[in-house]
Design a protein around this ligand. Sequence first.
Ligand code: GTP
Ligand code: MG
Length: 273
Amino acid sequence: MEASAPKRKEARKSLRIKVISMGNAEVGKSCIIKRYCEKRFVPKYLATIGIDYGVTKVQVRDREIKVNIFDMAGHPFFYEVRNEFYKDTQGVILVYDVGLKESFDALDAWLAEMKQELGPHGNMDNIVFVVCANKIDCTKHRSVDESEGRLWAESRGFLYFETSAQTGEGINEMFQTFYSAIIDLCDNGGKRPPSTMGVGFTKEQADAIRRIRNSKDSWDMLGVKPGATRDEVNKAYRKLAVLLHPDKCVAPGSEDAFKAVVNARTALLKNIK
Ligand code: GTP
Ligand code: MG
């Protein structure tokens, strides 16, 4: 008979990973990292010169991971310095300031810079991205709301967190979830596990919500030319209503977009004979 020896705990290899931070200058990248690693906040702005490098050991679930953090300077001036650090990265912390719309609009350009530096054979699909909507303590000046940020992130399969490096809100939770997703990626042979790919809504729904938010008038919102007929307005409305109906669409911001479309149609039909 086999002796009922206590099950030996399977020795889990400790992991080594590389993460980088990206985003415009002054959005709070260095402060987010400092808040997590050193549990403190520095109110004075000390711009990162080129790259700041640090190593830290963290415990996530039952694993110890050694994290190499490359904290990048956001200023365009440092492009030549940071461009060589994009390679061999498992995780990206992408930061914007919720009070500065241009820092949110710049996220696409940051992704484009990374893609360009990784070259034609680089694959961004197997990197974990976490978007930090930072400085949420500055409620007075908020110009990018949660649903807009979340939609941008989740429609790309990225994680999304609201953070404040000043108060610490969201920071630990963000890092734990981020590292956890990187462990899952490494355990899956460096490929993003399928469970983290689906977001429950389509790119078409996300694009429609974004377009509706940015539309300049009711015609634009429904995607018809000014002076369109009742039929054209109704047809465009029906298409959007089916796409964004709250019973069918779980994308962040879909409810507001649906209401806006209903209102736009009502306003246009009032003035069309
Ligand atoms: P670069 O290194 O130039 O790319 O900037 P960065 O993104 O690293 O910004 P940094 O972390 O240095 O922070 C910029 C300024 O924003 C500093 O004055 C910080 O004190 C301030 N700051 C950062 N995070 C927060 C936050 O969550 N809330 C508030 N109120 N201020 C913050
Ligand atoms: Mg910095």
